[in-house]
Design a protein around this ligand. Structure first.
Ligand code: SF4
Length: 375
C-alpha cells in the first residue's frame, strides 16, 4: 500500500502539483507555537459546541501551555456563534467528526471542525482558521469542498438541497469579514468530485508524478529542495527583469509579472530564511556567503505583568496608566451593554488600498472611493 497520503488541507497544492505529495512525504511534519495555539482554540470551540453553549467559556485558564484568555474566548465566540446560527430546529450538529470520501473510492478524508445539517434543506461545513496572517477564502476552497462533499454523502438521508462552506477567521485583519460563507449546488459539487477531484487525487500516485510550480508552493515542505519551483521562479525573475524601461511596460507584461510576483517573492524570502538558519546553525560561514547575523531592534516586555506591577507599587510607582479604549473596543462595549450611545462621529476611519487579482471577491474601488480612503 502506498504511504502517500494526500490531505484535504493541502488539496489546493496537490490539485495543482501532483508531485507535491510525494515530494513532501520526504520531510517531517512541522509544528509551531501558532499551530499549537490553533489546536487549543479548536478544543475550546469543540468544548462549547458540545455543551451547546451560546456564550463561550472554558473551565481552564490554560491548555497545553497556551493561555485560554479573554482574547481567545472572544475569537472562538465568533466561530461558535456562526455554527449555532446555522442550526435549524430539527438540525444536527457534528463537531470534530470524521469525514471521508470512501463512496468515491479514494482514501481522502479528515476531521471536519463542524458540520451542520438541516433536513430537506442544507448541509454546512464550518472551519475555524485561527491564523492571523494569511486570509483564506471560502469560495471554491478545495479543502472545504472536500469536507462538504464528504458531509453531503454521509448525511444523504437528510436530503439536503444545497451546501455551504464557511471559513471563520476571527483574528485575520486582512480579511474584511470574519465569517466568510460560500454557497454551492450539491449536484455540481458531486460532479466536481468525480470529474476534477478524483483524477487529481489519483494523479498523486502516478509513477514520478509531475511537479508544477505556482503560488501554491508557498507552504510546501519541499520548496527548499524543488528544482521545478527553482526553475519556474528563476525564469519568472529573468523574464521580469529582462524588460525595457519599466515605465514602458504594457498591460500584458505588467499582468504577467504581477502573476509571477508571489512565486519570485516566495523564492527570495526562502533564500533569505535559509541563509539566516544556516548561519545560526553554523553550516554556512559569513566569510563564504558574504552575509552575517547582527542583533535586530530590541523590544522590551514584562515577563510577568502581575509581579512587575507589585514590584513597582512597592516602591511607590503608579504601575498602571489609564488608557482610552480603542474605537473598536468602545463600540463593542456599547453593543454589549445594549446602549444607544452614538459615537461614530467621533471616529475617523483610515484605510489603505490593495492591488489584488480581478477575480478576488472584494468589490473594486471606484475613483471617488479611492480618493475618499486616501483622505
Ligand atoms: S515546491 Fe511547488 S513545485 Fe515543488 S513540489 Fe512543492 S508545490 Fe510542487
Amino acid at each position: 500500500m502506498s504511504r502517500l497520503k494526500p490531505r484535504p488541507s493541502a488539496a489546493h497544492r496537490w490539485m495543482h502539483c501532483a508531485g507535491s505529495v510525494l515530494a513532501e512525504s520526504r520531510f517531517p511534519d512541522e509544528t509551531s507555537p501558532w499551530a499549537l495555539e490553533g489546536t487549543v482554540a479548536h478544543k475550546v470551540g469543540e468544548y462549547n459546541l458540545l455543551q451547546r453553549n451560546t456564550v463561550v467559556s472554558y473551565p481552564k485558564k490554560a491548555e497545553e501551555g497556551v493561555d485560554v484568555d479573554r482574547e481567545m474566548l472572544s475569537h472562538v465566540q465568533v466561530y461558535v456563534s456562526a455554527c449555532c446560527g446555522m442550526l435549524g430546529p430539527n438540525g444536527r450538529m457534528s463537531v470534530e467528526s470524521r469525514l471521508n470520501l470512501d463512496p468515491l473510492e479514494i482514501a481522502l478524508g479528515g476531521t471536519g471542525d463542524c458540520v451542520v445539517v438541516n433536513p430537506f434543506s442544507d448541509v454546512n461545513i464550518l472551519d475555524l482558521k485561527y491564523g492571523a496572517g494569511v486570509p483564506v477564502d471560502a469560495k471554491e476552497n478545495p479543502q472545504l469542498m472536500i469536507y462538504l462533499l464528504a458531509a453531503a454523502l454521509k448525511y444523504a438521508d437528510y436530503m439536503p438541497e444545497k451546501g455551504t462552506c464557511t471559513i471563520v477567521q476571527p483574528r485575520c485583519f486582512a480579511k474584511p469579514q470574519k465569517v466568510d460563507t460560500w454557497e454551492t449546488d450539491l449536484t455540481e459539487l458531486k460532479e466536481w468530485g468525480v470529474e476534477v477531484l478524483v483524477p487529481a487525487y489519483k494523479a498523486c500516485f502516478a509513477d514520478d508524478p509531475p511537479r508544477h510550480a505556482g503560488e501554491w508552493c508557498r507552504f510546501c515542505k519541499a520548496r527548499f529542495d524543488c528544482e521545478a519551483r527553482d526553475r519556474e521562479a528563476m525564469s519568472a525573475a529573468q523574464a521580469a527583469f529582462d524588460v525595457i524601461p519599466v515605465s514602458e511596460l504594457g498591460p500584458d507584461r505588467l499582468r504577467e509579472i504581477m502573476e509571477k510576483a508571489p512565486l519570485i517573492r516566495g523564492f527570495l524570502s526562502d533564500i533569505a530564511e535559509r541563509v539566516a538558519k544556516e548561519l545560526e546553525e553554523g553550516t554556512l560561514l559569513s566569510a563564504d556567503v558574504g552575509f552575517k547575523r547582527v542583533a535586530g531592534r530590541s523590544s522590551k516586555k514584562w515577563i510577568d505583568e502581575e509581579m512587575a506591577a507589585a514590584a513597582l507599587t512597592a516602591v511607590g510607582i503608579e504601575a498602571y496608566e489609564p488608557k482610552l479604549l480603542s474605537p473598536a473596543k468602545a463600540l463593542k462595549a456599547i453593543k454589549q451593554e445594549g446602549l444607544d450611545t452614538e459615537i461614530t462621529d467621533l471616529i475617523s476611519v483610515s484605510r489603505g488600498s490593495l492591488v489584488v487579482p480581478v477575480d478576488d471577491k472584494r468589490e473594486e474601488l471606484q475613483n471617488m472611493q479611492f480618493e475618499e480612503i486616501k483622505g
